[in-house]
Design a protein around this ligand. Structure first.
Ligand code: PRX
Length: 661
């Protein structure tokens, strides 16, 4: 029988992928302009890292009062950068571009999930930002107050963030995929004064009544004085509950507000935002970033890593604004550089699995930044979806969030990049504020699966368990010098900040929480987390957070959560659950528990597998041995069980796992 043309292409793609797996190193293509610039930066940073950052800060940012101090390291690990300088971040992202005659340049090509298009220019963004900043002031928001933001991917999310920055309010964005109860928790712990949210959001044609759901979870929050409600795109059939005196419509607030809002010159170290991220306990960490250092990191890395030319590039980062990737590489980096971006509201498979590639073709996107998990999903769907579109505008591809396996890297390179686009595998974290280890497009030779080398001014190292530096091999990843965009503390919890990142090797060594390998060329290969953090589709979740959500269900006595490898999502959650009253679970309880976790944290935290356990493996001191649970979930031989209080427990669990497979 004759193979179809599609089947033939797939066979030859498979063959090419197999052949390319043998290639260890891809030389940078010619035609990229940054090479000389980067060599100069690298030399300057090697000779004098602080001087390098000071020059970059003068060169890339617009200051109200120039700084004279650079790094202050007199009170480690509480570092400050450029502390006596003042500036306003929204001026850097908006006013300076408009003043230079680029007001009509598109900041965001917004694309709605039903195909709607809205082009938001820099001038429009500045006008809305000023009006909303005045609106926030009218609601009583002052510099230093916290403003919560829970919005879908619509331009108003950028307006809300920039309006906060304009008046020195501290934003606290919550990822739109999180459950309303997570929003309530984050508003409570940050003592937010105002929450900006939406009437309803749509996802793949379905509508969620966001405002009503948030209202139902908020409870008594003494600090929260107002809720601003944006009218989201699409139909609005539902009745939106509005509490008189507390709730206001965004468009009405904007229409009534004064149009001009002169920017406030803020100290470089003024807090800019809090972003909650998962740590090794159930309580999320409020990672705090400040103004100038953060903006410098986002601006410099966006420009250099992706080789951005703001006059010609159309850039698209497919992340959600609710993650750090969205903060730094949808909002602050691109806007500070005056670039034109795509902002897309919807899912990658709605209305069809080719929507991303359709958007790239339509807007002639040149630089595309996504996550390995998304690439793996596209591989599963097949090359025919990108194959329907002209992707020849692309010139740089990026990935972030988790290690990328060489095969996915090569598929991205061939099928999306047409074999011509350099791939930048960017390693960083919520805490680091901006990319720290990554190839530079068109400059660095890449090796599939490696984040390659540190950027200029960044000093990563590998330590052995005892703190000895390693020149090659596998170890604990640390950063040995402060950098401008590093977190400054955990919100209102200095002690946890020091304990989490600086207790292991002292106050001048930032402990990342990842293990890595360093090869003979000085290339870093990130292995993964060494703490109780699980990485599901590039999203961080803590085992403790998921466990405490499960245990909060009335039927549950105890739970332990571990990660298992997953082809699609990188890692997946397996929960071992003991029910109250010696019950053994069934499909109904399982569905209830998964639903319960979705409501308490969000859908991405739902365990993929639930294993019913009569008891959990505990040491004599009562500590759960997750290592054994990881082994049993992966079907590996169990190690030593003699330190368990009751060694028989594991045999029962192993039987159940076998039965569940
Ligand atoms: O384990 C690393 C992984 O994601 C963690 C940071 O997660 P988060 O703060 O949510 O930020 C994600 C987006 C910046 C890291 O500790 N990680 C991130 N990027 C990579 C990565 N692992 C391997 N390769 C990467 N490029």
């Amino acid at each position: 029988m004759e193979a179809t043309p599609e089947a033939r292409t797939e066979v030859s793609l498979e063959r090419t992928l197999e052949e390319l797996l043998a290639v260890e190193r891809f030389e940078p293509p010619a035609g990229f302009t940054r090479r000389r610039h980067i060599e100069a930066d690298q030399a300057a940073a090697d000779a004098d890292p602080e001087g390098f950052w000071a020059d970059a800060a003068r060169d890339l940012l617009t200051w109200e009062t120039p700084f004279t101090q650079v790094l202050d390291d007199s009170n480690p690990p509480f570092y400050t950068w450029f502390a006596d300088g003042t500036l306003n971040l929204s001026v850097n992202c908006l006013d300076r571009h408009v003043a230079a005659g680029r007001g009509e340049r598109v900041a965001f090509h917004w694309r709605g999930e039903e195909g709607e298009r809205r082009d938001v220019t820099y001038a429009r963004l500045l006008a809305d930002t000023q009006a909303f900043a005045n609106g926030l002031r009218q609601l009583g928001v002052q510099a230093g107050d916290v403003v919560g933001i829970f919005l879908p991917m619509i331009p108003e999310v950028a307006v809300a963030m920039l309006a906060c920055a304009r008046i020195g309010a501290v934003h606290n964005v919550v990822f739109g995929g999180f459950a309303p109860s997570a929003v309530a928790e984050r508003m409570a712990v940050s003592e937010a004064k105002v929450l900006v949210t939406v009437d309803g959001a749509r996802r793949k044609g379905k509508r969620a009544e966001v405002k009503a759901a948030v209202d139902a979870e908020l409870g008594e929050l003494p600090a929260l004085a107002h809720i601003v409600v944006v009218r989201g795109p699409g139909e609005h059939p539902g009745v939106v509950p509005m509490t008189a005196g507390r709730d206001v419509w965004y468009d009405e607030l904007l229409a009534a507000a004064e149009p001009d809002c002169p920017a406030v010159a803020l100290p470089a170290e003024h807090p800019l935002f809090i972003l909650y991220s998962s740590g090794s306990t159930a309580k999320p960490k409020g990672i705090l970033h400040t103004t100038a250092g953060y903006l410098l990191g986002a601006t410099y890395t966006h420009r250099m890593v992706f080789d951005i030319d703001a006059d010609t590039d159309v850039y698209w980062c497919s992340a959600d604004v609710g993650w750090i990737t969205g903060h730094s590489y949808i909002v602050y980096g691109p806007l500070s550089n005056g670039a034109t971006s795509v902002m897309y509201e919807g899912a990658p498979d709605y209305p069809d699995r080719d929507i991303w590639w359709r958007i790239i073709e339509e807007y002639r996107v040149t630089v595309f930044y996504t996550a390995p998990t998304a690439i793996r999903t596209c591989i599963k769907w097949g090359p025919e979806f990108p194959g329907r579109h002209d992707l020849s505008s692309l010139r740089v591809l990026g990935t972030v969030g988790e290690p990328i396996n060489p095969k996915a890297w090569l598929w991205y390179h061939l099928v999306i990049g047409g074999g011509r686009c350099p791939i930048v595998d960017t390693w960083w974290q919520t805490e680091t504020g901006s990319v720290l280890i990554s190839p530079l497009a068109g400059v660095t030779a890449t090796k599939p699966g490696s984040a390659t080398r540190p950027l200029p001014g960044i000093s990563p190292a590998l330590f052995a368990e005892d703190g000895k530096p390693l020149t090659e091999g596998t170890g604990i990843l640390v950063i040995t010098r402060p950098w401008p965009s590093m977190l400054r503390t955990l919100y209102k919890d200095d002690e946890r900040f020091v304990e989490t990142y600086f207790s292991r090797f002292g106050p001048s060594t930032y402990v990342v929480g990842d293990a890595a390998r360093l090869d003979a060329d000085g290339y870093f290969w990130i292995i993964g987390r060494i703490d109780d953090v699980i990485n599901v589709s590039g999203h961080r979740l803590s085992t403790a957070e998921v466990e405490s959500a499960i245990v909060a269900h009335e039927a549950v006595a105890e739970a332990a959560v571990v990660a298992e490898p997953d082809e699609q999502t990188g890692q997946a959650i397996v929960a071992f659950v003991t029910l109250a009253g010696e019950r053994i679970g069934d499909a109904e309880v399982e569905a209830q528990l998964r639903d319960h976790v979705a409501r308490r944290i969000g859908k991405l935290a739902r365990p993929r597998r639930i294993i019913w356990a009569d008891d959990l493996p505990k040491t004599r001191s009562g500590k759960i041995m997750r290592r054994l649970l990881r082994d049993v979930a992966a079907g590996r031989e169990l190690g030593d069980v003699t330190t368990l209080r009751d060694p028989a427990v594991m045999a029962v669990i192993a039987d159940r796992v076998r039965g569940a497979r």
